[in-house]
Design a protein around this ligand. Sequence first.
Ligand code: C5P
Length: 402
Amino acid sequence: MNAPSSNQRILVGVSGGIAAYKAVVLVRRLIEAGCEVRVVMTEAATRFVAPLTFQAVSGHPVRTTLLDAEAESGMDHIALARWADAVVVAPASADLMARLANGLADDLLTTLCLATDAPVHLAPAMNRQMWAHPATQANHARLIEHGVTLLGPAAGAQACGETGEGRMLEPDAIVDALLANDQQDLAGRHVVVTAAGTREPIDPVRFIANRSSGRMGFALADDAARRGAVVTLVAGPSTLPTPARVERIDVETAQQMQTAVESIGVTDIFVGAAAVADFRLAAPVDHKLKKSGETLSLELVPNPDIIRGVAERSGRPFVIGFAAETDHVREYAAAKRVAKGMDLICANEVGPGKGFDRPDNALLLLWEGGERELAQADKRHLAGEIFDTYHQITQDRDDASS
Ligand code: C5P
């Protein structure tokens, strides 16, 4: 079997137990696989292995306390929780499992496990009696209910001299389990994503804008980067943080967005998730417009259609676009896909409480000869489904041409 590889950011939590020494090997293996690793230890864990050991192996300072003013002024605990693609606590002691099962956040590691939206994995390690105790078993069941993944424990000889269930899984088995579902299926591809709305100036203080938050485009950029793509995100004004490993170009107007997209050149996949203003002022005013008591007319001229421009290029990328419609969603989106030369269009109904400026959405994906409905879900989940559909379409095309 090939050694697993990944570019995931993994937070390794170490709690107090003799198996803490094996966590050093776990960190080393994760780094060898290409992961970026940060280590957080409980107070008890530092009695077994010195934080300096993990610092040397991970290449980063180790965090042990929540209320460390110096550490919090760098990557604070919430930032650290968001940074992680996955959390693995190895070894997970009976005490740590009990605290997590009850939602305690009485040290840095338990706080991070509560604050993260990344998957949390635990590799329990304890004496066989402690593992078999009904309290531990109840905590185990509760943690699974909370969505935590338990890796092991294994059975065998224990540090206490007994034999039974409660040994921590070997580091290689933990790495395999962590990276098993890590798709790097966009490795080697360059993906460009436009996101958020554009702003078209009226005068130096006013502009025409729209309700787009940028969430869908940012989620797509994030997902593509997690799948190993080189990602350029061309973003209109948005307060969303730049996803890790994504190059971001900030723009304001549709014309700036088009210039940025053109400057990037050849890519493999283009995703037009931006809500580009269809019109801009024919002549923005260079001073603040004054009230005159009379009506004001603004002359608008059409903006360039960015996605159409990309689809017309020779050596064009695979083009994914969006259609926000208030009615006749399927019909309008199907026509728009063909008119703009998109390979795949993701259509949704917009209106009060639907589509824009929300964390979730429902989409209808349409392509030549196929369609797929995606039920209401978080935009990060939808992003994954969109790239899965991209793979399905390209695979079907390859099969048809061979
Ligand atoms: O025509 P409509 O604005 O509904 O088309 C939506 C799709 O076209 C989106 O993918 C959007 O990013 C893209 N678009 C564009 N340039 C424009 C207008 C829309 O790239 N000027």
